[in-house]
Design a binder for this molecule. Sequence first.
Ligand code: NAD
Length: 359
Amino acid sequence: MSEVKKIAVIAGDGIGPEVVGEALKVLKKTEELFGYQFETEHGLFGGIAIDEKGTPLPQETLDICKSADAVLLGAVGGPKWDNNPKELRPETGLLGIRKALGLFSNIRPATVFDCLKEASTLKPEVLEGTDLIVVRELTGGIYFGEKFRREGANGQEAVDTCVYNVQEVERIVRQAFEIAMTRSKRLASVDKANVLETSRLWREVVNRIAPEYPEVELEHVLVDNCAMQLLRRPSSFDVIVTENMFGDILSDEAAMLTGSIGMLSSASLGEGSFGLYEPVHGSAPDIAGQGISNPIATILSVALMFRLTFGYAEAADSIEKAVKEVLDAGHRTSDIAVDKSKAVSTTQMGDLIIAAMKK
Ligand code: NAD
């Protein structure tokens, strides 16, 4: 028997509880198949926490997360809380939880499933073989630099400053090299070193760390070129690492290669192996409670947790292969179904994936 891993489970609002419920079934199945042991503890977060505890991120939820090895999050938010003051909005809790847990990178895989290639706006032959990960720095750069307005010679000016220090760059670059080592060992570091000083520092740090990972093939790509190449030859990328704002834009671009928000998993990582795992999508209030949401993004987030936090690669493979097999067999939730009348429900999709999981 393996050691017990603690997972904080935060279902959240809208479709959050539905999709997390299916992910928990997958977790249980991996216990049966591989002999792993998981201890789950549930916490309130988002709109439901505002309703029940008067705050989007109660201290007891943070405590549950901090004492866990990993966090599985559904989604938060909804129209009920949209007009609340800022401190009582679910989204405020999202920023708060990342900060409180020291999460400094966001990991977003973009894998194109052959049978869903038609759902993308790109030509199927361009997408062939696309399987990449964007590693985005989350705590520095222009989003967090000093901001102010001033009177200039031609009227009012606005200033946003972009700051990175060596330590911030080092920790994310190391993480990206480590992730590349678990995949096909190719890393693209994206910057704008031809014009930005922060990018020149970024590149220096990447070049200094690269010799520690001689097996990883490194390329430096300028951000504008990367934006183009993602559309022209996405399959040439494996791991992309970049700073906060470039990563914000490129990860959304990469996400759209796959064509469906209901399929996209993500992780936010801190020091060591701790991570928070969640689907990229929100709480989808328009379909909440109907039992039709796609649980695959959340299920694939569990696979990502196995890979990045627990090092359970065979269980991650088992989940990913099961998802592929179920899709190849033609099963679809309504968001990805061509013929919606044949779509399966959220729980049916979860059951199909569990049934397809093998050791
Ligand atoms: P959304 O991702 O919730 O929904 C966008 C569209 O995609 C909707 O039509 C929805 O039905 C569909 N969709 C999303 N996930 C799906 C799934 N798993 N299966 C099937 N269809 C799916 O984005 P939104 O509508 O802009 O936001 C709704 C709420 O979610 C807002 O309150 C927003 O603030 C919040 N939100 C939360 C997070 C998070 O918790 N991390 C992220 C984004 C948005």
